[in-house]
Design a protein around this ligand. Sequence first.
Ligand SMILES: [Mn+2]
Length: 342
Amino acid sequence: MLAAQDNYRDRVFHFLDVIKGSRNCLIVTHNNPDPDAVASAYGLAHLFKTKFKKEAVIAYKGIVGRAENRALIDVLQIDMAKFYKLNVKKFDCVILVDTQFTAHNHPLKSPPDAVIDHHNIIKTESQIPHVDFRPEYGACSTIITEYLVIAGVDLTPQVATALFYGIKTDTRDLSRKRTDADVEAYQFLFPLVDRESLAKIEYPKLPIEYFRSFYRALENTELYDGVVISKLGDLHRPDLVAEIAELMLRLEGARFAIAIGFYRKDLYLSFRTEAPEEADAALVVREIVGDMGSAGGHNVMAGAFIPNVPVEKRDELIGQIVERLLSMLLPENKKLRKSKLV
Ligand SMILES: [Mn+2]
């Protein structure tokens, strides 16, 4: 059914071997989890519960802010615990999904028992018993779908809907960074999806704060020959940068979209491109942030985080970031042609 699964069959059996002796499992996502992270954790929790009849708790740090992402959790009734409320020592198995231990965008202090991820590999994590990195995959949900199929676990409509939405959002409906495996998993899940739940997730009610942020974003967006930069100031939720960057890339002529903002004291940056051959998103953000914070992602979408920026330093830092971005993305002579979006 899933031809692509054959390539990785051994990895799944290895994973099952690593976790089978444990009594209770903690599944951790990256901070401010997106649908792919939530769905991956949910799929693994389902595997744990049905295959081994054991407890599995999903935990995260940060905020799930985007209305669609909130709806995913609410509509499918996915239990997600705040990491800081848990005692990690209570669990004899810890799994990290949709990120890597060395990525620093998760709350774990010591190495987990397993890491499953599809981001560009930062470092081989040899101290971790089970590592499954597939940077070529469009979604971590695809990997988890293969795990469930190979483990012989039946999917509930809720699990199928979550995984389907995870693949759909991370690959933008299979339009970017996808492999045959993503297409196959998408097609496998499609008939199992609860259409009504999916519609509620994709078209949720939006809070008034969404429209206010959207208005501010339009006002504070600058255009430089195919580079769209949105300076969002204070964010009411950290994941707004991703949503705005995603939207701005849809502007006609846009090849790169960057949204920058502050949530509490921390800077958040999101980068989207449809020209990864000109500038790889993950490399660009890493280069920009340097050792000021953490950064990572894929060739077409990436994010960065700089903690504890004093308010009086914000403008200077944004100026620096924009300067670096433009010198990486545009030839020297085009840099000064700037206009406002609205
Ligand atoms: Mn992902």
